[in-house]
Ligand binder design. Structure first.
Ligand code: 0CN
Ligand code: SF4
Length: 315
């Protein structure tokens, strides 16, 4: 008899506290103020979330200069630079800031180390909105390093006054390699006061590591521009999965991927609604993968309060 086909379902997966808050911020703003509600950039990096909110009346723009004077604009979970706040104020926009508090924490660290005149090495992906926002807090003090190979180019004024910070959604292992290279070059390199790679990014990677060695294939639900989702594919491949693919929707699964496969691992990025994972589970069941086993490596309970503008008024 053929070995039974099964699905390993990673836990935790999907929405983190910051994404939950950011998506709810746009929904509540629409309820309270009616459409349109403008949103600068994708509220979170997920196609389905952006399309669904667009249908409800959210208008996603690239920059605040596309928002009519005096209108409401929501800033995305990934954060914005002070310059974006300034230009929004000049246009008299009513801003609601859905920046994840864990991104704001990195902004505060950047401001503090810049004030103390450190050179700040920000590890992150060139062009990603989060590092643009963080770097904008102290452009004179911050240089971006996009992975271990970029360390060779780093120059500092005083090797005794250097600190590294990072984007919240990186690969933990690759970031540690980058830090190792930095420390070889600058032995007195300072660490951030607390982890910048957030709990959700870390937990999703740990769960994938736990299941990857047992998997012929790991399917990650998430969008191509979602850093933390893309990292889960890399982590799966680096930790023993024979193959791994990123899909926005179940319909993107190429059935040829399932040829000869007995165990499929399934997870999703921090910006991915659970309904999309359900879609993949249903499709896999149609192809004989009926046995679903959850692989749990952590429990998550963190939640964040909504932005002040949307909290119920206190008596
Ligand atoms: O997919 P996301 O919107 O963003 P990245 O993984 O690309 O940073 O997930 C939420 C993360 C934040 C902030
Ligand atoms: Fe916040 Fe982390 Fe979620 Fe980004 S992935 S929104 S930093 S909790």
């Amino acid at each position: 008899m053929a070995e039974s086909k099964r699905v390993l379902l990673a836990s935790p997966r999907g929405y983190c506290a910051g994404v939950d808050r950011a998506v709810e911020t746009v929904e509540r703003a629409l309820d309270k103020h009616g459409a349109p509600v403008y949103v600068r950039k994708e509220i979170v990096h997920n196609r389905h979330v952006v399309d669904t909110l667009t249908d409800r009346g959210a208008v996603f723009v690239g920059e605040t200069d596309e928002v009519p004077e005096g209108a409401i604009v929501v800033f995305s979970a990934h954060g914005v630079s002070p310059e974006v706040h300034r230009t929004a104020a000049q246009r008299s926009l009513k801003t609601i800031d859905a920046t994840c508090p864990l991104v704001t924490k990195v902004h505060q660290e950047a401001k503090r180390f810049a004030r103390d005149d450190y050179d700040i090495v920000l590890i992150g992906h060139e062009g990603h909105e989060e590092v643009e926002g963080t770097a904008g807090e102290a452009p004179e003090h911050i240089q971006l390093v996009d992975g271990p190979d970029a360390v060779d180019q780093v120059q500092v004024r005083d090797p005794e006054r250097v600190v590294w910070l990072s984007q919240t959604t990186l690969s933990v292992d690759e970031t540690m390699q980058t830090v190792h290279r930095l420390r070889e070059k600058f032995p007195l390199l300072n660490d951030p006061p607390s982890d910048d790679i957030c709990y959700a990014t870390q937990n999703r990677q740990v769960a994938v590591k736990a299941m990857a060695p047992r998997c012929d294939l790991v399917i990650v639900v998430g969008s191509q521009n979602s850093s933390n989702s893309v990292r889960l594919v890399e982590v799966a491949l680096q930790n023993g999965a024979k193959a791994s693919h990123l899909v926005d929707y179940a319909r993107e699964i190429d059935l040829a991927w399932l040829d000869g496969v007995t165990t499929v691992g399934l997870t999703s990025g921090a910006s991915v609604p659970e309904v999309l994972v359900r879609g993949v589970i249903d499709l896999l069941a149609e192809h004989g993968f009926n046995d679903v086993e959850t692989v749990t490596t952590a429990e998550e309970t963190l939640t964040f309060a909504l932005p002040r503008e949307l909290r119920p008024a206190r008596n």
